[in-house]
Design a protein around this ligand. Structure first.
Ligand SMILES: NC(=O)C1=CN([C@@H]2O[C@H](COP(=O)(O)OP(=O)(O)OC[C@H]3O[C@@H](n4cnc5c(N)ncnc54)[C@H](O)[C@@H]3O)[C@@H](O)[C@H]2O)C=CC1
Length: 386
């Protein structure tokens, strides 16, 4: 029987919820692009309940224990004395979410001698050393599409929040003020601005589609050009590279994976090429941006605002400079972990596990690494160090 180690974020400080604001969540039929939703044979949880925290157990406990597997759930993931570090030594399967990532470094992978399958409950498998997974022939899979719209909605919210100066205006009200001049001295309409995405895959394209009705001018760059039909429908301007993109826009949203090509691609030099007063929204991965370059550009006024929900490392230390830099709208990594998204990625993990234990193929769309090479979604969007 297999040992399945699952690293999940901590329960709410008030305890596991006894009730929720809504009784249920909408049923989504299909993803944009036609991919079908996860289709496990059954689920043992109620969609709309908190699944991603330790007590939620991703809804997997009944299924795995019925099959006789040893299922261990923990939030304790950092350092050599952590439960994760001790339990991973003989785990066959490791599951974690990017929001509270179980970092699988080369060293940890070398220690986890029985490891065969790593599942990202969500999207983005950069917390796993993919080169090491390739070398050890470990399968890496994620639940592609499960929270793409969740993130797109969050990014649109953050764009509007920054441009319209929502966050500090809200603060004045809470503090009892009525400081109209303070609030509007940094507030603009989004209408007419040039907005661009670095990466126009599932999330980037969904953001572009959601922004179209705001009457903005839309731009993008990506390794793969979108169809002429899509470019026409959204009136998109395509840029050959990110340098060209950033020179033309007022708002940049980042929507590519973190991999060797994109690691700290947003650095001081690139920020200097941006228009003064650019707003930067990063819901992709913290390490795509150089931490200090962002802080310095906000302090100098070259960037007008920065928002996002991704940091490095996660959880971010209490003294991380992005917590206190000016004009930021950061949240902890939550955009892809709505209750709606959790239901989809928990179902997707269940589907992947059913395939694994029943010797059926995992969908190509879910694969990042298989048989010692990048595969499926991973071969499309990632590169390795070499
Ligand atoms: N904040 C959150 O909760 C979440 C964040 N994410 C992040 O968003 C990323 C994107 O997700 P999806 O849109 O679903 O992935 P996707 O694979 O559909 O799209 C990524 C796009 O980035 C492009 N790309 C990759 N490297 C590039 C490069 N060097 N230059 C230009 N384009 C490049 C790819 O061609 C692809 O079109 C994930 O990898 C993950 O890191 C994803 C889900 C949740």
């Amino acid at each position: 029987m297999a040992k399945v180690l699952c690293v999940l974020f901590e329960d709410p400080i008030t305890g596991y919820p006894k009730n929720y604001p809504k009784e249920d969540i909408p049923t989504i039929q299909n993803y944009a692009g036609g991919q079908t939703l996860p289709n496990p044979k059954s689920i043992d949880f109620k969609p709309g309940h908190l699944l991603g925290s330790v007590s939620g157990e991703l809804g997997l406990k009944t299924y795995l224990e019925k099959l006789g597997h040893n299922f261990i759930v923990t939030a304790d993931k950092e350092g050599e004395d952590s439960l994760f570090e001790r339990e991973m030594l003989d785990a066959e399967i490791i599951i974690s979410q990017p929001f509270w990532p179980a970092y699988l470094t080369e060293e940890r992978i070398a220690k986890a001698k029985k490891l065969k399958l790593v599942i990202t409950a969500g999207i983005g498998s950069d917390h796993i050393d993919l080169n090491a997974a390739i070398e050890k022939k470990i399968t890496v899979a994620e639940v592609t599409n499960s929270n793409s719209i969740s993130v797109a909605e969050h990014a649109v919210m953050m764009i509007l929040s920054l441009v319209r100066n929502y966050i500090s205006s809200y603060d004045y009200v809470v503090k009892g003020g009525w400081n109209i001049a303070d609030c509007v001295s940094r507030a603009y309409d989004l209408e007419g601005m040039n907005v661009g995405t670095f990466g126009a895959g599932r999330i980037g394209l969904a953001i572009l589609k959601r922004l179209k009705p705001f009457d903005v001018r839309l731009h993008y760059t990506d390794k793969y050009r979108l169809s002429a039909e899509t470019e026409k429908e959204l009136n998109l301007t395509y840029h050959e590279n990110i340098e060209s993109l950033v020179k033309s826009i007022d708002v940049l949203t980042i929507n590519c994976p973190l991999h060797p090509e994109t690691d700290e691609i947003i650095n001081e030099q690139l920020i200097q090429k941006m228009r003064k007063g650019t707003y930067l929204i990063n819901t992709a991965r913290g390490k795509i941006c150089n931490t200090d370059a962002v802080v310095n550009a906000l302090q100098s006024g070259h960037l007008a605002g920065y928002a996002g929900d991704v940091w490095y490392p996660q959880p971010a230390p209490r003294n991380h400079p992005w917590r206190t830099m000016p004009h930021h709208g950061m949240t902890s990594h939550i955009s892809g972990a709505t209750l709606s998204a959790q239901a989809r990625y928990a179902s997707g993990v269940k589907e992947i596990l059913e395939c694994w234990f029943e010797n059926r193929s995992i969908r190509t769309d879910y694969l990042i690494v298989q048989n010692g090479q990048l595969a499926g979604a991973g071969a499309h969007a990632y590169t390795t160090k070499n």
